[in-house]
Ligand binder design. Structure first.
Ligand code: DON
Length: 306
């Protein structure tokens, strides 16, 4: 790894920050500084290189969909999870409802769209909502190797107050028999996962763990079973960048997942973990500067898997 390359990615990415804007549908995210930009790369020996605002905290948003899925598969059988959600890309935006009511078996298409992630979250177990929250936070801390990871309560409350689209989605799935139990509790857990605050450095370790077949490269501990890692990486390729996933695979070629908080992680298999952050988003919800940094790193570090 070369610090000059990471710095080069940042300098390149900065040119594109002005072409986007912060997520406006979650009020607390709208007020973030759109010019922030950071990157961290963790190799499979656990060395981390960073540039820019890599220590800035931001909320994971949809990147947490990976954590929810990994936890759900740890607590449940594959059949119990995948009777509620499919494995096919939609080509629609992440919060779209158009396919939810036309399905043959009512299942949301995949765990990377909001509907699918909410269905997955509903399978996360615990004796009470509080216990389920604690299980999720502890699990996220373990996956990111960061004991201080916590919820950004301002973002959480902001989304909990305004998340009407997600409320519509969960009640539609409740009426279709996909969701069981208390919808408001499942939603609260989902919003909490989206509001977990982390840095590029934390996420680069998680990404490197995915690239390293589930073994945390810093501690050497296996934290994700290989079967789950393979499934998650395949979903990242086909669905991780919303309705930009196809073009991103064709041009950048790394399993990746983005979130409307401005983060994106990439896990080129057997190579390294990358996390970028820039809250200025394009119209599909991907970080403008972040995308360009990933393009730059893929090209210059030869990370394109295809
Ligand atoms: O549920 C939402 O709309 C946000 N908390 C997360 C959306 C996001 O990052 C993009 N989703 N795939």
């Amino acid at each position: 790894m070369d610090q000059k390359l990471i710095q080069g990615a940042l300098t390149y990415g900065r040119r594109f920050v002005r072409y986007g804007k912060t997520a406006s549908y979650i009020p607390e995210l709208a007020s973030k500084n759109p010019s922030k930009l950071g990157v961290a790369v963790c190799d499979l020996e656990g060395n981390i290189l960073t540039a820019g605002d890599s220590e800035e905290k931001f909320t994971m948003q949809s990147i947490s969909k990976l954590i929810a899925l990994i936890l759900a598969l740890e607590q449940n059988s594959y059949d119990d999870v995948f009777c509620k959600v499919g494995l096919e890309p939609t080509g629609d935006s992440f919060s779209s409802t158009v396919r939810l009511d036309h399905l043959t078996n009512n299942k949301p298409f995949n765990p990377m769209i909001n509907a699918g992630a909410i269905a997955v979250t509903s399978t996360i177990r615990g004796a009470s909502l509080e216990e389920r929250k604690t299980v999720c936070i502890n699990f996220a801390r373990k996956l990111l190797g960061s004991s201080k990871l916590d919820v950004d309560y301002e973002v959480f409350l902001s989304e909990a107050r305004t998340g009407f689209k997600n409320r519509a989605i969960i009640y539609l799935m409740r009426s279709n028999g996909i969701i069981e139990g208390n919808c408001e509790e499942h939603l609260e857990l989902y919003f909490m996962l989206c509001s977990l605050a982390c840095t590029c450095r934390d996420l680069a370790v998680f990404a490197a763990t995915l690239a390293n077949n589930g073994v945390n490269p810093i501690t050497g501990e296996t934290v994700i079973p290989l079967r789950t890692v393979k499934l998650v990486r395949s979903l990242m390729v086909t669905c991780g960048m919303y309705d930009y996933s196809g073009e991103f695979a064709a041009t950048v070629g790394m399993p990746s997942k983005s979130g409307v908080g401005g983060g994106i992680i990439s896990c080129p298999i057997g190579k390294c973990g990358i996390a970028v952050y820039g809250p200025s988003l394009d119209e599909k919800g991907n970080s403008t500067g972040g995308l360009k940094m990933l393009e730059y790193l893929s090209e210059n570090m030869e990370l394109n898997m295809f």
